[in-house]
Design a binder for this molecule. Structure first.
Ligand SMILES: CCCCCCCCCCCCC[C@@H](O)CC(=O)SCCNC(=O)CCNC(=O)[C@H](O)C(C)(C)COP(=O)(O)OP(=O)(O)OC[C@H]1O[C@@H](n2cnc3c(N)ncnc32)[C@H](O)[C@@H]1OP(=O)(O)O
Length: 288
């Protein structure tokens, strides 16, 4: 459970706690809190130990809804249903395209509008964290969402010659399967009817899909490099009246390099969430 939602439970709302000038009551920090070191205590709760675990899950869900508040719950339910539907539409369009054409060439062009709309809509995830209606850290959500927005708008949309690369299909498939699972997980959780296989899929698929998606993204950026170098797109050369220069080619190289420190953090974050949700590990974290 995140600090902010716990604060709502403890003090009637994070904003109240803040405006009263007093910090929220001391709370165990979640794995979603940035800048923390984790210590784990394990308790077996893998979804197979029957009534007791079901009852405690139900209590947890009711408590969670109370903490969230009606408006936030209604909004998040709507948001998650819309996103599940959007990514399902995308999946169906991709399968249909491939079955009809028998090639991936032209696939991106045929689904780009839906992809851009729903991936851009996901910027709201950063807003959800900022206003505290979901406990995810702004940093984790920010890195995840901004890297996707970057891939969609500044790479695949802007650099037409790479749109038919196989690597584009790689990240499209990884994103699509992930998002259908993730948003349906959130929806069913909010509605209090989470099938175990969706929970299982949410916290297992990523083990393969994350590296696959990252490989697709990196190979796509790599494929874009010669074109970017040749055209000098999005680059600003000296001399100019502002005396600034920017080279998109080097920016892409730096972005690729930034996956090395950033991706493991997201991956380990998901592994921690997996241990927490599937194996009932209680993650108690201390500030650094
Ligand atoms: C400008 C240039 C930028 C360049 C940057 C370069 C960066 C390079 C590194 C980045 C690499 C990213 C690559 C990536 O794009 C590749 C792929 O995605 S491939 C596909 C596989 N990917 C995944 O599996 C990750 C999918 N993404 C996520 O899971 C999330 O975005 C993430 C933020 C990573 C994790 O989510 P979260 O921390 O929220 O975990 P949980 O799902 O377990 O949720 C925790 C609690 O929050 C509640 N929650 C969250 N969102 C909602 C919601 N919408 N509705 C309701 N509830 C929500 C959730 O229920 C949990 O609550 P509780 O703890 O109370 O149970």
């Amino acid at each position: 459970m995140g600090r902010l939602t716990e604060a709502v439970a403890a003090g009637g709302g994070a904003s109240e706690a803040r405006s009263a000038g007093s910090p929220p009551a001391p709370l165990p920090l979640s794995s979603t809190s940035p800048g923390c070191a984790a210590a784990m205590a394990s308790s077996e709760e893998d979804g197979t130990n029957g009534g007791a675990s079901e009852a405690s899950e139900e209590r947890e869900a009711v408590g969670k809804r109370r903490r969230l508040g009606l408006l936030a719950t209604v909004w998040l339910t709507f948001y998650n249903i819309a996103m599940t539907a959007g990514w399902l539409v995308l999946a169906i369009a991709m399968v249909r395209f491939y079955m009809e054409k028998g090639t991936h060439k032209g696939l991106y062009k045929s689904i780009q509008k839906t992809l851009k709309f729903f991936q851009t809509f996901a910027l709201l995830e950063i807003v959800h964290c900022l206003i505290g209606i979901v406990p995810t850290s702004v940093l984790v959500a920010g890195v995840q969402v901004s890297s996707r927005i970057f891939m969609v708008w500044l790479v695949t949309h802007s650099i037409k010659p790479i749109q038919n690369e196989e690597s584009v299909v790689l990240f499209l498939v990884a994103w699509t399967v992930t998002e259908i699972t993730r948003y349906s997980f959130y929806t069913f959780s909010l509605l209090d009817h989470l099938p175990y296989f969706i929970k299982w899929a949410r916290y297992n698929f990523f083990i393969i899909l994350y590296p696959v998606g990252v490989a697709g993204e990196l190979l796509t950026i790599y494929a874009a490099l010669p074109y970017v170098k040749k055209t000098g797109m999005f680059s600003i050369r000296l001399p100019n009246k502002y005396n600034v220069s920017f080279d998109y080619y080097y920016f892409l190289l730096i972005t690729m390099a930034s996956y090395i420190p950033l991706f493991p953090q997201l991956y380990f974050h998901m592994l921690r969430q997996r241990r927490k949700v599937l194996h009932g590990e209680v993650i108690v974290e201390k500030d650094d």
